[in-house]
Write a protein that binds this ligand. Structure first.
Ligand code: BMA
Length: 338
């Protein structure tokens, strides 16, 4: 008889220890660039924004958990929208998006990502349902009417779309939750799939496993939609490490995970090939708004990015509480992957 408990023990996550952000990644002095105080409707936690550039302005859709900040009470989640001329200063729309998904087992929708493909805006998102977490793709012209193009089977989330077709197919990165993998341990990886029409997805392949990332010991997931560069597709992902000795790190009794951000390069023609990866994280929770006073401290969760000349503007949720911006020269990020 195989002694699975012994094997499980071998798999037990070893603490990753201290990590540091890369100097080439600079936090914007205006951080946090959006908090609950900027909203004209009920709001507590404002985080994990999808961002794109469209018709000369920057658009952001973000997750808003509402209730009462003072009482640390959360009542529900909706998606807010903001616009900006410079990508730093944002004007929030007067009310949250009215996006009905029409599922009768719907619980909530969150963590939107925005991608523009051939002049059309696509929003990918996670949906909690009573039958599991699903990853969806919708398209919209005005953020008032949405057409849902696809909803995955459970459990899947962190879906990001490539900004163009590759070899005639749409491509996405995603993060399924295979509970029977690795003896039932929480070990989740990044996958890649393609589609002829954004509705039917297949040809799925494992892209990057958590064991490939030295600063993760639990799970990884796609972050911002891939950025096309001469060197390859630049992909910023999140990585999670757990340390059971961490205690109360936020509003909950215990929060022992840390979310960091990593970077890798995928082959331009065959994005299922990782051609370079930085062995260290590029962004690690370090400054006050990332490590103190938040709902879940020690979290940086990148979900949006836009290219501005030779720089990448990276938008991320900090401590699951506020929205922040970090910038980096694209060349420097590529160098880190080599
Ligand atoms: C992930 C998602 C994100 C969240 C992160 C840290 O699993 O739920 O929305 O930012 O955890 O709590």
């Amino acid at each position: 008889m195989i002694d699975f408990s012994l094997i499980k023990k071998l798999y037990e996550p070893k603490p990753v220890g201290e990590l540091k952000s890369k100097q080439v990644v600079k936090r914007h002095p205006a951080n946090p660039i959006l908090t609950y105080k900027n909203l004209g409707y009920s709001s507590v936690l404002v985080f994990n924004p999808g961002v794109c550039e469209f018709n000369g302005e920057y658009l952001m859709v973000f997750r808003n958990d509402y209730g009462s900040f003072e009482e640390q009470r959360l009542e529900g989640t909706n998606l807010g929208m903001a616009r900006s001329k410079d990508g730093v200063h944002w004007t929030v729309e007067a009310s949250p998006l009215n996006f009905e998904i029409g599922l009768n087992d719907f619980i909530r929708m969150y963590d939107p990502r925005l991608t523009v493909i051939d002049g059309t805006i696509y929003m990918s998102f996670a949906v909690d349902t009573w039958h599991g977490i699903r990853a969806g793709i919708a398209t919209t012209k005005d953020f008032k009417n949405f057409e849902i193009l696809s909803l995955s089977t459970p459990d899947n989330r962190n879906l990001v779309l490539f900004p163009e077709k590759i070899n005639g197919f749409y491509v996405r990165l995603e993060r399924p939750f295979p509970v029977y993998g690795r003896l039932g341990l929480e070990r989740f990886d990044i996958w890649i799939s393609s589609s002829p029409d954004l509705k039917h997805w297949g040809d799925s392949k494992l892209l990057l496993a958590v064991e490939d990332v030295p600063f993760a010991n639990l799970k990884i997931g796609p972050g911002v939609p891939p950025i096309k560069t001469d060197a390859g597709w630049l992909v910023i992902f999140h990585a999670v490490d757990i340390d059971p000795s961490r205690g109360k790190n936020g509003w909950e009794e215990k929060w022992t995970k840390r979310y960091t951000a990593g970077v890798m390069l995928l082959d331009l023609e065959d994005p299922s090939r990782v051609i370079g990866i930085c062995q260290d994280p590029i962004l690690v929770p370090e400054v006050e708004y990332e490590v103190k006073g938040g709902f879940r401290n020690n979290v940086v969760f990148p979900t949006g990015a836009v290219v501005k000349e030779d720089e990448l503007f990276i938008y991320y949720g900090a401590a699951d509480t506020v929205i922040c911006l970090a910038t980096a020269k694209i060349e420097e990020l590529i160098k880190l992957c080599r």
